[in-house]
Design a protein around this ligand. Structure first.
Ligand code: SF4
Ligand code: SF4
Length: 463
């Protein structure tokens, strides 16, 4: 049986579905460590980490250099050994300058004393979760939500964990290569997660275009009845959490709710492998696999790099640009973030860096809807993008909300199929940001009025 969901799209030509042929047969290449790494204190969703080193400090590989700034946060570790040469704001892939710790690499890769294997079987669940938290583990698929929070909030609520190996975004093949070359890490991590969360169902869900991984995965899960391999139909956005859960379990995550509300917890392939490495070697999150691809790249590759490596090093390792790129994207072409500089560092959520040249970025000057309905068929959330776009353009955000705009997962499927080339997903991002800002302002006003009323009441009572 092949699992899937309703809606979605099939990017790429028949000869190259998902545009993955440039790198899906390229083995992971380990990039030599750079001279300098730049480590932002915000590489996750939640409170920024707080630096605990200063300029001039000597640090070891794997040493904590910034501690978590709250429960929903993650610490940061030195990804090379060397000397801290700056603690200052540096350009972040989100486009702003973020406090970062800059380390000059001494090329010794001297291991920090805290990096040692753990006795997973002999640990309590609290100790296991703390070991994951202290490793700075976050969702490596791009979401970067702290993994320990997902585990803790899912225990007792979830009966199913799913390792998301769909990798449905065009061009990206880093997870595919990890599954092919290091499947023991991924399945080892999945078994650990199943133990920690005490679930009867642990699914690894892989799109059919990665069927070359199935035999080995089936061999590795054969001794554990909790583990199952679910082949997924090749379709975008098959790897979106709600669509993945629906495909694997038939359950719907209610509007405005989380996967745990449908009894599921979803983990990225690389995160799962990182959990296994944390317990078996002690290594926190210091590296990741990045697909470098796109029409402007001379030799597309899958590179394993230290977190904090500047993107220009990755481009150099791929032979540079064929011609000046007109579009740079960190992540995939559907949900990635456009970039304007190669000085940005690879961070924990970086699974790809793409560069395009030529006329691939097609735009229309004043596009207008021809009411073809293609966007409605493509929407995996069963929304009406054409209507949401019209009301959003008119500034009628209340109607947008009633049409389900806040449920839009910003997958870009509607924009991809729109023959009029209307920038639908950009419209919905603006609409959602506007609605969130209005809600925050209304809450702040209500809180201020409540505080004022409370103060007046206390004043009356004290008279
Ligand atoms: S971007 Fe939003 S509206 Fe468009 S297809 Fe995706 S979920 Fe639907
Ligand atoms: S796909 Fe584009 S042109 Fe067609 S109905 Fe949707 S918004 Fe209009």
């Amino acid at each position: 049986m092949v699992y899937s969901f309703r809606g979605g799209i099939h990017p790429g030509p028949h000869s190259d579905p998902g545009y993955k042929s440039a790198t899906n047969t390229k083995a992971i290449e380990i990039l030599p460590t750079p001279d300098v790494v730049i480590l932002p204190v915000s590489m996750h969703i939640g409170a920024p980490a707080k630096p605990i080193v200063k300029t001039g400090d000597i640090v070891d590989l794997g040493q904590p250099i910034a501690e978590a700034g709250g429960f929903v946060s993650a610490p940061v570790h030195a990804t090379v050994s060397g000397k801290v040469i700056a603690v200052e704001p540096r350009l972040h892939p989100n486009g702003s300058k973020i406090m970062s710790i800059v380390i000059e690499n001494d090329k010794e890769d001297r291991l920090h004393e805290s990096v040692h294997p753990y006795d997973f079987a002999g640990m309590t669940n609290e100790e296991r979760i703390e070991t994951i938290r202290s490793a700075g583990m976050v969702g490596h698929g791009g979401a970067t939500f702290p993994t320990h929070v997902k585990i803790q909030s899912g225990i007792g609520k979830c009966d199913t964990i799913i390792v998301n190996a769909a990798e449905c975004e065009p061009y990206i093949t880093s997870d595919h290569r990890l599954l092919l070359e290091r499947p023991e890490e991924v399945i080892g991590g999945l078994k650990m997660l199943a133990d920690i969360m005490e679930v009867p169902n642990a699914i690894i869900a892989i799109e059919e275009n990665k069927s070359d991984t199935f035999a080995k995965i089936n061999e590795l899960i054969a001794d554990d009845s909790r583990l199952k391999l679910y082949p997924l139909k090749c379709k975008y956005p098959q790897g979106a959490e709600k669509q993945l859960i629906n495909a694997c379990t038939g359950r719907e995550v209610p509007s405005g709710k989380l996967p745990a509300d449908a009894g599921c917890a979803v983990f990225n392939v690389d995160t799962t492998g990182a959990i296994y490495r944390r317990f078996t070697t002690g290594m926190p999150v210091v590296r990741r696999i990045v697909t470098v691809s796109g029409s402007a790249i001379v030799e597309p590759k899958n590179l394993e790099v230290r977190i904090g490596t500047q993107v220009e090093r990755l481009i150099d390792a791929c032979g540079g640009f064929k011609e000046a790129p007109n579009k740079l994207i960190m992540g995939g072409p559907m949900m990635g973030v456009s970039q304007f500089s190669l000085e940005i560092p690879v961070f924990k959520g970086t699974n790809a860096f793409l560069a395009f040249c030529g006329d691939e970025d097609k735009r229309e000057e004043n596009p207008s809807c021809i009411r073809c309905g293609k966007c409605i068929n493509a929407c995996p959330m069963h929304l009406m993008p054409m209507m949401m776009n019209a009301y959003g353009n008119a500034g009628d955000y209340n109607t947008c909300v009633s049409l389900g705009a806040m449920d839009c997962i910003e997958c870009g499927s509607c924009s991809y199929v729109c023959p009029a080339r209307i920038q639908l997903v950009q419209r919905f991002r603006l609409t959602k940001a506007q609605v969130m800002a209005e809600r925050a302002a209304a809450k702040a006003k209500a809180d201020a009025e409540a505080a004022k009323a409370e103060a007046e009441k206390n004043s009356e009572e004290s008279k």
